[in-house]
Design a binder for this molecule. Structure first.
Ligand code: TXA
Ligand code: MG
Length: 309
């Protein structure tokens, strides 16, 4: 904590655990720190960052809360929910964080991240701690392997609990739009909001990071597989196996019992491990779409998308 605080106060970036995935954190009010985040990840500057806060009071200095967004914050913060809100005029957030938008994405993480923000007394900008387009790190080892040569400190908090990034929603005239499925299911949010989440996103790329190819392992990905091809590695789900599974080049199961929470927490580390096996293709058994399955299928589809898109 002390080493992280000293580096953050000096405008450096630090990789930290959150309950979702590891974050590459920098002082959100310091332009040099925010520029370092983009540079370290190789992230395009048009893709805005999430500002992380430690209290509702800190959040209110940054954004304007409508009643529905406030209700969601009260129900789910600290936790894996990010709210996109109107950016408050005169906030101390550096303009690079929002990439020129008049809205800002805010979240209050659980655990070490919140303690760090409270101790620093300033919000932290923190995208997932991975090179742009690659798989998000859920362990300190994975973060170190990807970014270790470019940053001075990775705070090791063990494997993250949720394993998927936060769910991003935006209130629009009393309605709620799902911008990114994530670690809190749509059903849980709908139960608190009392309204269905809007999903179709024809208004263009609303969460600019939601470009099609993302979370890309070195291997190709083949989804919803019922029969394995020779030489493929297999990412399983549940107790029953795809045909030909016995000949898989490598095999890992997201959840033997078919538990979606367990599957979410294993998803990125299992993809990375199968990628390291050297197989040219990772075949993935079907994962149901309910609950956290929506976010799991979203990440799998992006990992499988053509890499040039
Ligand atoms: O769980 C998480 O959310 C993790 C941990 C570290 O907190 N962070 C994370 O950050 O996933 P990142 O940068 O990988 O993803 C942030 C997403 C991007 O898709 C970005 O485009 C979107 O949030 N975003 C940021 N500001 C936005 C805004 N004003 N409007 C719409 N989308 C926004
Ligand atoms: Mg990311």
């Amino acid at each position: 904590m002390e080493r992280a605080l000293a580096l953050l106060a000096a405008g450096e970036v630090v990789a930290i655990p959150t309950e979702t995935v590891y974050g590459l954190a920098g002082d959100a009010t310091n332009g040099q720190a925010v520029a370092r985040i983009f540079e370290t990840k190789g992230r395009p500057h048009f893709n805005p960052l999430i500002a992380h806060v430690a209290s509702m009071a800190m959040a209110e200095t940054i954004a304007e809360f409508d009643p529905l967004s406030r209700r969601l914050a009260e129900a789910f913060w600290p936790g894996p929910l990010t709210l996109v809100l109107p950016h408050r005029a005169g906030s101390n957030i550096h303009p690079l964080v929002t990439a020129g938008l008049d809205t800002i994405a805010l979240r209050m993480p659980r655990g070490f991240g919140s303690d760090l923000i409270a101790a620093l007394g300033r919000p932290l900008a923190a995208p997932s701690a991975n090179s742009s387009g690659k798989i998000s790190g859920t362990t300190a080892e994975a973060v170190d392997a990807d970014l270790g040569g470019r940053i001075k400190l990775v705070v090791d908090g063990g494997a993250t609990q949720v394993g998927l990034e936060s769910t991003i929603v935006k209130a629009e005239d009393g309605e709620l739009r799902l911008l990114r499925p994530g670690g809190i299911s749509a059903e849980e949010i709908e139960a608190v909001a009392g309204t269905k989440l809007l999903r179709n996103n024809d208004a263009g790329i609303e969460a600019p990071g939601m470009m099609l190819s993302h979370y890309a392992p070195g291997a190709a990905m083949r989804l919803n597989v019922s029969t394995l091809e020779p030489g493929e590695a297999l990412l399983g789900f549940g107790p029953t196996r795809a045909a030909g599974a016995a000949n898989a080049a490598a095999f890992l199961n997201l959840s033997e019992t078919g538990d979606l929470r367990e599957a979410a927490s294993n998803l990125f580390s299992h993809m990375q491990a199968l990628d390291r096996s050297g197989a040219r293709t990772i075949a993935v058994e079907p994962v149901p779409y309910d609950g956290l399955g929506e976010a799991i299928n979203d990440r799998l589809a992006r990992a499988a998308a053509p890499r040039d898109s």
